[in-house]
Design a protein around this ligand. Structure first.
Ligand code: AMP
Length: 112
Protein backbone atom coordinates (compact mmCIF):
# COMPACT_ATOMS: atom_id res chain seq x y z
CA UNK A 1 0.00 0.00 0.00
CA UNK A 2 1.38 3.38 -0.97
CA UNK A 3 0.80 5.23 2.30
CA UNK A 4 3.24 7.84 3.59
CA UNK A 5 2.50 7.25 7.27
CA UNK A 6 2.66 3.44 6.88
CA UNK A 7 6.15 3.96 5.42
CA UNK A 8 7.10 6.23 8.33
CA UNK A 9 5.87 3.64 10.85
CA UNK A 10 7.87 0.95 9.01
CA UNK A 11 11.00 3.12 9.13
CA UNK A 12 11.18 3.35 5.33
CA UNK A 13 10.89 7.15 5.54
CA UNK A 14 12.69 8.98 8.38
CA UNK A 15 10.68 10.80 11.04
CA UNK A 16 11.23 12.65 14.28
CA UNK A 17 9.80 9.94 16.48
CA UNK A 18 8.70 11.04 19.94
CA UNK A 19 6.71 7.96 21.08
CA UNK A 20 5.99 4.39 20.07
CA UNK A 21 4.19 1.43 21.57
CA UNK A 22 2.42 -1.67 20.25
CA UNK A 23 -0.48 0.35 18.81
CA UNK A 24 0.74 3.91 18.46
CA UNK A 25 3.46 5.87 16.66
CA UNK A 26 4.03 9.60 17.16
CA UNK A 27 6.39 11.95 15.34
CA UNK A 28 7.01 15.62 14.76
CA UNK A 29 5.04 17.25 11.94
CA UNK A 30 7.38 18.19 9.09
CA UNK A 31 5.71 21.62 8.76
CA UNK A 32 4.80 22.62 12.31
CA UNK A 33 1.99 25.14 12.68
CA UNK A 34 2.58 25.63 16.41
CA UNK A 35 5.79 25.52 18.49
CA UNK A 36 4.94 21.90 19.32
CA UNK A 37 3.14 19.99 16.56
CA UNK A 38 3.13 16.21 16.84
CA UNK A 39 1.24 13.66 14.75
CA UNK A 40 -0.10 10.59 16.55
CA UNK A 41 -1.07 7.69 14.31
CA UNK A 42 -2.30 4.09 14.63
CA UNK A 43 0.21 1.38 13.68
CA UNK A 44 -2.35 -0.10 11.33
CA UNK A 45 -3.74 1.50 8.22
CA UNK A 46 -7.01 3.32 9.00
CA UNK A 47 -7.74 5.86 6.27
CA UNK A 48 -9.56 8.44 8.38
CA UNK A 49 -11.97 8.90 11.28
CA UNK A 50 -14.66 7.67 8.89
CA UNK A 51 -13.04 4.23 8.92
CA UNK A 52 -13.03 3.71 12.70
CA UNK A 53 -15.20 0.76 13.75
CA UNK A 54 -15.46 -1.90 16.42
CA UNK A 55 -12.67 -3.93 14.88
CA UNK A 56 -10.03 -1.16 15.04
CA UNK A 57 -11.21 1.26 17.74
CA UNK A 58 -8.65 -0.22 20.16
CA UNK A 59 -6.04 1.77 18.18
CA UNK A 60 -7.95 5.00 18.80
CA UNK A 61 -8.30 4.20 22.49
CA UNK A 62 -4.57 3.52 22.73
CA UNK A 63 -3.83 6.77 20.91
CA UNK A 64 -5.83 8.71 23.49
CA UNK A 65 -4.05 6.86 26.30
CA UNK A 66 -0.72 7.86 24.77
CA UNK A 67 -1.53 11.51 24.07
CA UNK A 68 -1.26 12.71 27.72
CA UNK A 69 2.16 11.04 28.00
CA UNK A 70 3.29 12.56 24.70
CA UNK A 71 2.04 15.99 25.73
CA UNK A 72 3.73 15.80 29.13
CA UNK A 73 6.99 14.66 27.55
CA UNK A 74 6.74 17.61 25.13
CA UNK A 75 6.27 20.02 28.04
CA UNK A 76 2.74 21.08 27.13
CA UNK A 77 1.89 22.04 30.70
CA UNK A 78 -0.50 24.82 29.67
CA UNK A 79 -2.66 22.55 27.55
CA UNK A 80 -2.88 21.49 23.95
CA UNK A 81 -5.28 20.91 21.07
CA UNK A 82 -6.01 17.54 19.41
CA UNK A 83 -7.36 17.68 15.86
CA UNK A 84 -8.11 15.12 13.17
CA UNK A 85 -9.02 16.21 9.66
CA UNK A 86 -11.43 13.86 7.88
CA UNK A 87 -12.11 14.13 4.17
CA UNK A 88 -11.80 16.89 1.60
CA UNK A 89 -13.89 19.54 3.37
CA UNK A 90 -11.47 19.29 6.30
CA UNK A 91 -8.41 19.32 3.97
CA UNK A 92 -7.20 15.85 5.02
CA UNK A 93 -4.02 15.47 2.95
CA UNK A 94 -2.64 12.14 4.23
CA UNK A 95 -5.12 9.26 4.07
CA UNK A 96 -3.93 7.54 7.24
CA UNK A 97 -5.78 8.50 10.42
CA UNK A 98 -3.71 10.95 12.43
CA UNK A 99 -4.24 13.25 15.36
CA UNK A 100 -2.47 16.59 15.43
CA UNK A 101 -1.30 17.44 18.96
CA UNK A 102 -0.63 21.15 18.91
CA UNK A 103 0.54 23.56 21.57
CA UNK A 104 3.40 25.54 23.00
CA UNK A 105 1.59 28.87 22.76
CA UNK A 106 -1.89 30.28 23.34
CA UNK A 107 -4.08 28.90 20.55
CA UNK A 108 -6.96 30.88 19.03
CA UNK A 109 -10.48 30.11 20.21
CA UNK A 110 -11.76 29.86 16.63
CA UNK A 111 -11.13 26.46 15.04
CA UNK A 112 -12.68 26.87 11.66
P1 AMP B 1 -3.65 16.61 7.29
O1 AMP B 1 -3.67 17.82 6.40
O2 AMP B 1 -4.57 16.71 8.47
O3 AMP B 1 -3.85 15.34 6.49
O4 AMP B 1 -2.21 16.55 7.94
C1 AMP B 1 -1.12 15.95 7.35
C2 AMP B 1 0.10 16.46 8.06
O5 AMP B 1 1.18 15.63 7.72
C3 AMP B 1 0.49 17.89 7.70
O6 AMP B 1 0.47 18.69 8.87
C4 AMP B 1 1.88 17.72 7.12
O7 AMP B 1 2.75 18.78 7.46
C5 AMP B 1 2.34 16.42 7.73
N1 AMP B 1 3.36 15.69 6.97
C6 AMP B 1 3.38 15.42 5.65
N2 AMP B 1 4.47 14.69 5.33
C7 AMP B 1 5.15 14.49 6.49
C8 AMP B 1 6.35 13.81 6.83
N3 AMP B 1 7.11 13.18 5.91
N4 AMP B 1 6.76 13.83 8.13
C9 AMP B 1 6.03 14.46 9.06
N5 AMP B 1 4.88 15.11 8.81
C10 AMP B 1 4.43 15.12 7.54
Amino acid sequence: MDCLFCKIIAGEIPSGKVYEDEYVYAFRDIAPQTPTHILVVPKTHIASADEVDGANSIFVAKIFEAIPKIAAEAGLVGGYRVITNCGPDACQSVKHLHFHVMGGRQLPENMG
